[in-house]
Design a protein around this ligand. Structure first.
Ligand SMILES: [Zn+2]
Length: 136
């Protein structure tokens, strides 16, 4: 597959993730779905090494050329890893997305990496995930 999506395994993301891929015109993509998504690539030690191993397998074995990193608000894996996410969670998520993008670009210079954040909305018809927003 030309595209690889790295996102959180949270089942509530199925719909917003499908909307994002459809918006981007991506019909089929390889997926690396793990708790926290890009979070595993900023974790220390073993976690990161395992994640980099999976990424290498997908990139070198499947001909991936573009990576789409997706993080989301109200992420339980993040809360668990960081001992809670404060009011600045959007900032933390965006910071980690940029870090992971740099990490992947350094490891695989030929890859095109983009970042998205799926926001949690308390307002509207009912609380839920909004549309993914790009992170520069
Ligand atoms: Zn999550």
């Amino acid at each position: 597959m030309e595209h690889l999506v790295i996102a959180c395994s949270d089942g509530r993301l199925a719909e917003p993730l499908a909307r994002l891929l459809s918006q981007l015109g991506i019909e089929a993509a390889d997926r690396m779905l793990v708790p926290g998504g890009p979070l595993v690539l900023v974790r220390p030690g073993m976690e990161r090494r395992v994640a980099m191993g999976c990424l290498t397998t997908l990139v070198e074995g499947n001909g991936v050329r573009k990576v789409v990193l997706v993080s989301h608000q109200d992420c339980r894996a993040y809360e668990r890893a960081l001992g809670g996410l404060g009011f600045d969670q959007e900032e933390i998520l965006a910071r980690d997305l940029r870090r992971v993008r740099t990490l992947i670009e350094n490891a695989f210079p030929a890859l095109d990496v983009s970042c998205y954040l799926i926001p949690w909305r308390e307002n509207g018809a009912g609380p839920g995930f909004g549309d993914a927003e790009p992170v520069d």
